[in-house]
Design a binder for this molecule. Structure first.
Ligand SMILES: O=C[C@H](O)COP(=O)(O)O
Length: 325
């Protein structure tokens, strides 16, 4: 996976203040995306497999342990039962492309994930992502938030999912938001990719989601991510539409491709297909690569595997036939 780094640009308040979102057009498009996901036949299997390669397989729970993080890593490295994968024409030998893009854990579990993936020889292919900066609320002092990033990088995280301080968006403090994200990017250092979680469900309006997306990109975010998974409203298609528009506009003006990561509540194969169609329609095939698109999900993989099984056998799997992970 080759990352394109976003160097960011100066904060452009004129650009931010010119943002205007047509709510009914966004909702209309979101409805169409739900209808468009009814893919059939071979295409469907190919898209389901592709969806697996975009997952940041996540565990962000208070009871995470070294062993459940290890299990997560095994599942990330071999996400589909081997016999099912064989029936789809793939295997796990050599350079199998079938693995998730990353695992995503708390900073204190980064070392465990790096250890397991290294032992499996998969650490170059399955990245270790860590949430940081007072996840999920981002309400700790900036100094502490930056230390958390440095800790996770030091333990081997190659991707850092920061959370923004939503109060800065709600009070229109764009300069402070920009400066905070900029120093967070610096703290990630030259080798760790930064995803900025906007927590769109807490930003009040779609216009704020658009503006926060632009500020995050101007400050150098390599990805913008919808949600932490802990808000009341997480990854919705309207958020995805608005954030994709912002990504496209940023690309057209600045020439850098920033990635998109819907996260939180993406649980079914149908949800995943809607997102893939959204990205294809709004950003184009260039974005359908793990370095530019991810799903942050703890439960999606099981349903993708189940749908692949159904595709191959024409029936739902019995519980004993494979682990849904
Ligand atoms: O960043 C990833 C999210 O926390 C995952 O949310 P989820 O558990 O609803 O899939």
């Amino acid at each position: 996976m080759v990352y394109e780094r976003n160097p960011g640009c100066e904060l452009d308040l004129g650009w931010i203040n010119s943002v205007n979102v047509n709510l009914s057009a966004v909702n209309e498009l979101a409805k169409k995306l739900v209808t468009a996901r009814e893919l059939k036949g071979e295409y469907r299997a190919a898209w389901l497999l592709k969806a697996i390669t975009f997952i940041d397989l996540t565990t962000l729970a208070g009871d995470d342990t070294r062993s459940n993080v290890s299990r997560l890593c095994f599942k990330a490295a071999k996400p589909v039962a081997e016999d099912l994968l064989n029936r789809l024409g793939f295997d796990y030998n050599g350079d199998s492309p079938i693995h998730t893009a990353a695992v995503c854990v708390y900073p204190s579990k980064v070392e465990d994930a790096v250890h397991t993936l290294t032992k499996m020889g998969m650490h170059e292919r399955v990245k270790v992502a860590s949430v940081a900066t007072g996840f999920p609320c981002g309400q700790t002092p900036l100094k502490t938030r930056l230390e958390e990033i440095r800790y996770a990088v030091d333990k081997g995280a190659k991707e850092i999912d920061i959370v923004i301080d939503r109060s800065l968006v709600l009070t229109g403090k764009w300069e402070t938001l920009y400066q905070e994200i900029q120093v967070m990017k610096e703290a990630c250092g030259p080798n760790s990719h930064m995803k900025s979680i906007l927590a769109a469900g807490e930003l009040g309006t779609l216009e704020n989601v658009y503006k926060a997306s632009l500020v995050a990109m101007m400050a150098g975010s390599d990805f913008i991510k919808t949600s932490t998974g802990k808000e009341t409203v997480n990854a919705t298609l309207p958020f995805g539409i608005v954030m994709s528009r912002a990504i496209k506009e940023y690309y057209e003006k600045m020439g850098y491709k920033v990635g998109l990561k819907p996260a939180g509540g993406v649980r079914t194969a149908q949800d995943a297909l809607s997102w893939l169609i959204l990205v294809k329609e709004m950003l184009g095939n260039d974005w359908l690569r793990p370095d530019l698109f991810r799903f942050g999900a703890s439960g999606l993989l099981g349903d993708l595997e189940c749908s692949l099984y159904q595709h191959v056998t024409g029936r739902f799997p019995a519980a004993y036939e494979f682990s849904l992970g």
